[in-house]
Design a protein around this ligand. Structure first.
Ligand code: DUC
Ligand code: ZN
Ligand code: ZN
Length: 483
């Protein structure tokens, strides 16, 4: 087994930082050697196969992105990143595990949907991967299938209060699924928006000729998110099901979660980089490039971007500091402008929903450290440690400690990352399979230098050294936050 020493860096975990060398043997971390440890000072660097110099750099556990949608069929097309391209881009950005969503929709069987997702991912991933299960059709058969999810290594499933006719569950279906999940300790992940009410607003806006992307955000008003979040919390309260609300963007929804947590309910919330940095008026209102007002389609996602004037973004950063929101995932769901987003040129409701960010999450959140929004330790906690704990991966993932998988990022706080358009060759400024970037022009005061995935160096000095098929499916256990 090859050994690697990551030498001279500052190891940062969710609970602190220390000067330490990290010793890797094969796929595992076998030692974290602080100056007092016996091994440090013995000439270990001569005994190992590879030494990575991390002087002046942070050594952190690889990112865990608990919300991605590779190849998701959506809006008459499919998310443009395959498992191959999307996980490679993730590796470039210091994410070493993704949890993607296997899909069951109307008329399909849950285990068939799961098998189809294994077929898409198997042999194609650059980094390790796990699955949540979308249950888009809650019925007697799918409820029974929930009994077998844990054996498959799936300890969480997602329901949608939005998208009638696609993935939508009504309250009766949600109640039944939550009752079942409470039996097994499965985490209910909720897309909390009132879909039927949104559809009425969409119809009314279109009838008035309001067809631009901006109106996507108008139709999906914060009241729709707050109301659905409250309803999900109440149904979880009644059934005793643990609840995790995905892609929270409205400050009012955060307040619902915080109030429930204050009275002891086991509810959690995730936000995404787009809800920290981007806004309805600045992005969806733009008309600056070849697309005119349709440029806003680049940022059409659900939940939508929120108004900066209403203070949602500042509130979201605050919620990360106070732990009212526990972690940050991407909801990575990329579509190209040409041939995909442009399906909605004359009708915003036909724009496939989604933003691609899997490559940028670690950098964008590190910029939050530089800007004084969160601490260095909190950065590691919300991007790696809590996602691993929340979804039953902790111990193997989310931590730098002996026995953990050697998923490690060497991050240079003196480096720089410019996010721009995808271009061919060395100048490529992102690696996702998209013809634009939702993050064009963002400058990050830091840089992902080296990435190890289970002990193998997959990114180093701006070179990709990994291969398709390096990544393995990881079975997950129950959430560590169950009570
Ligand atoms: N939201 C998105 O933006 N895309 C895919 C599905 C979702 O819920
Ligand atoms: Zn969703
Ligand atoms: Zn999603």
């Amino acid at each position: 087994m090859a050994t690697t020493l990551i030498s001279g860096g500052t190891v940062v975990t969710a609970t602190g930082r220390s000067e330490a060398d990290v010793l890797v043997d094969g796929e595992k971390i076998v030692g974290v050697l602080t100056p007092g440890s016996v091994l440090l000072g013995s000439d270990l660097s001569r005994a190992v196969d590879t030494v990575i110099d991390a002087k002046g750099k942070y050594v952190i556990p690889g990112g865990v992105d608990a919300h991605t949608h590779m190849e998701l069929p959506f809006g008459g097309t499919a998310a443009s990143d395959t498992f191959e391209t999307g996980t490679r881009a993730a590796a470039w950005g210091g994410t070493t595990t993704i949890i993607d969503f296997a899909v069951q929709t109307y008329g399909e069987r849950v285990m068939d949907g799961l098998a189809a997702w294994h077929d898409k991912a198997r042999g194609n991933c650059a980094i390790d991967y796990a699955f949540h299960q979308i249950i888009g059709d809650v019925n007697a058969d799918s409820l029974q299938a929930m009994d077998g999810l844990l054996d498959e290594g799936i300890s969480s499933y997602k329901l949608f209060m939005a998208y009638p006719g696609v993935f939508y569950s009504d309250d009766a279906q949600i109640l039944r699924a939550m009752q079942k999940s409470a039996e097994h300790g499965l985490m209910t992940m909720m897309h909390a928006e009132n879909g039927p009410a949104i559809d009425v607003l969409v119809e009314q806006l279109l009838a008035k000729g309001k067809t631009d992307p901006y109106y996507h955000g108008v139709a999906r008003a914060w009241q729709m998110e707050e109301e659905a979040t409250h309803r999900a919390i109440m149904l979880a309260n009644l059934t005793g099901a643990p609840l995790y609300v995905v892609h929270v963007s409205a400050k009012q929804a955060v307040e619902q979660l915080a109030a429930a947590r204050d009275v002891g309910q086991n509810v959690f919330g995730e936000t995404c980089p787009q809800y920290l940095y981007l806004s309805l008026e600045e992005q969806l209102g733009g008309a600056s490039d070849e697309w005119g007002a349709f440029e806003g389609a680049k940022w059409v996602c659900s939940t939508p971007l929120r108004s900066k004037a209403e203070g949602h973004q500042a509130h979201m950063w605050q919620s990360l500091r106070t732990n009212d929101i526990q972690m940050v995932s991407t909801d990575h769901c990329p579509f190209c402008m040409k041939g995909q987003k442009d399906l909605g040129l004359s009708d915003f409701s036909k724009i496939p929903n989604g933003i691609g960010s899997v490559e940028h999450r670690m950098d964008l959140l590190y910029q939050g450290v530089v800007d004084g929004q969160i601490s260095l330790e909190r950065w590691v906690e919300i991007t790696s440690t809590t996602p691993a704990r929340m979804f039953g991966l902790y111990g193997r993932k989310g931590v730098i400690a002996p026995g953990a998988d050697a998923d490690i990022v060497v991050y240079d706080p003196n480096g720089h990352t410019s996010i721009g358009l995808p271009v061919d060759g060395n100048g490529k400024s992102h690696h996702m399979n998209m013809d634009y970037s939702a993050w064009e022009g963002f400058e990050i005061d830091g840089h992902v230098d080296t990435v190890l995935s289970r002990g193998k160096v997959v990114v180093h000095d701006n070179q990709y050294l990994g291969a398709k098929g390096d990544g393995r499916f990881v079975k997950r256990g129950l959430s560590q936050y169950l009570i």
